[in-house]
Design a protein around this ligand. Sequence first.
Ligand SMILES: [Zn+2]
Length: 254
Amino acid sequence: MSVLRLSDVSWAAMRAALDAGRRTAVFAVGSTEQHGPHLPLRTDALLGDALVTRLAPRLGEVVVGPTVPFGVATHHMAFPGTITLDTETFQAVVLQYVRSLASHGFETVLVVPSHGGNFGPLAQLLESTGGEVGGARFVPYTDLAAFVAVLERVGRDDGIPPEVSGSHAGEAETSIVLAERPDLVDMSAAVRGFDGVFDDEVAQRIFTGGTAALSANGVLGDARPADAARGARYLEALTDLLAGFFAPVLEGRP
Ligand SMILES: [Zn+2]
């Protein structure tokens, strides 16, 4: 199954695809934010690209929309280069993206968050819209706990504990970027950051005091044991999770 990318083709090609029955679109919502001293600011957007590229062929004849490069990243603003949207603006961007697709005839729009701060606002949107936007079915993935659990499982299988694989810019995300774009990773700057267990109390400290209150280098986890082959396994496992969620949604639809 070939991946049809909306932003790589002409409007005429898009018209032809819609006429041929490609009425499902999928796009990721990432972020442009600090990921430690060793990873690029676009790490979460890159993760979004990687996930939808792997996911699309498993869902049939879908169209892949461009990844939204901005998310809700207020807690990373102490680090230069981070760009954040407030929650309302983020939600408005997603809504108008989906509405635009719906107006062209897309019947189902799937949304993949690739940044932790985007899951909650997407869940709120799902609730406020009832899963319908502009006449299209609006289906965001919103289970952050399951997403994190997959990363932890893949790490553990390789002897990497969750405090190392980390919730932000640790071994897991570093491995993923090594698998996708090793040219953007500076492993000589890879460091250990906050290495406690990421629980509700820690999450609370981050969302009130910002990431810098917990980790001066911006890393939650330990980036040093990162490995490209494991990064590919993280991506495959996340794709399995997403395909398992979205495929039943599309059942019976081309
Ligand atoms: Zn990230």
